[in-house]
Design a protein around this ligand. Sequence first.
Ligand code: FES
Ligand SMILES: [Fe+2]
Length: 443
Amino acid sequence: MNRQLIAPRKRGIDLGKRPEPLLGDRPITGDRYWDPAFAAAEWRGIWTRTWQVAGLERQVREPGDFLTAELGWESLLFVRGEDGEVRGFYNVCQHRGNRLVEAEEGSLAAFTCSYHAWRYDLEGVVREVPDPGDFRQGSPCGRLRLPQVRTALFAGFVWFNLDPGAPPLADYLGEVGEEIATYGMERMVRTHWVTVEGDFNWKCVQDNFNESYHLPFVHPQTRFMMNCAGTEHQQDLYPTGHARIIIEGCRPDARWSGEAARIEAAMREELAFWDLDFERFRANPLAMRAALQQAKRAKGPEKGYDFSSYTDAQLTDHFHYTIFPNLSLSLKPDGCIFLRANPHPSDPAKCLFDMWYFTLFPKGAKTYHCQTMREVVSIETPAPHLTGRWPEVSVGEAIDQDVRVWTGQQKGLRSAGYRREYLPWQERRVRFFHETIDRWLAA
Ligand code: FES
Ligand SMILES: [Fe+2]
């Protein structure tokens, strides 16, 4: 079985500050974002060697259930076999190379190629072809099979790695895997599923999720609901190349704590859900965070939540993980935002950007008001996959604010007037990210 046994830490997350790695000062130049030669090196050095998410385990619950995933020009097929195992394959017919499965998900007893009707079983083996006696080299039935791809199941996701010799997912994720495991994401439901094509390199996305310096300016609304002061955020840079940042939530930034009306508007719904009145905090809104932690502890069970495995900070704060190379998870006990930047198959100045939102429905609840997405979601309506070009298709108000700046940044990165970055200390994860890229490219 390819399930990864990554045990959650028993007493919640280790909040301790990790040692700072030594970082260099090599320029992060613009060509990294548009040069096809650099993109080709990334394909060989990173995309074909790192663990990636294909989709959700929920999509492949029963034998015959399948999903497909794209990475660059590759399409991969993941199928639950009769034996319960989820297997991954290159989605390419072994006759003359047609793409075997076009659908994104579904359930089938066998896969039949649309070109000459070769038929594959759930284990990827050719079982039926027209005129099997006409092959002078022998019938392909039982002899040819779809090339297999390493697959693992963890946190409700199907993961894959194109490198047959890659270390197991548990080693790849390291302690970040144990921290993610505490959130029980497999119990959450994907309530938003959006993919947009945008005019920026995938690293514009990951750079952005690696720093909080932009928060109060690109997302002015955050000033009233979290501590945006980047110099006060705890950042942990793990030897695996992954990183986390912890941002205190359910409180305004001290620089804007006098704006009671804006704070009230930003926090009203969450306070009301937990039976708290803003009047208590009008004079001192910084006190909201601790009060909300206590309210969630006290009232969690009656509201349908079990928060017993979480530390107080996890109840209010933003635990944002950047998982190398292209995934970000912002985790809360009642939901998680999944943000991913996939490389465009042919143009390094474009990107396929995914926003998935996962909701943990309180026990017995069929609908839920999602604070992060600011809308009511239903457990009975599976999220449809919205796809298209940005901005025709939106990824939600807050993330659209980020997409807007990546689009402008990509233009500047192509200019002869851009020489290199000039980073404050609080943006050191951006440097760490690029040094991790260089490490993979050199290996
Ligand atoms: S290419 Fe698939 S059957 Fe011919
Ligand atoms: Fe942002």
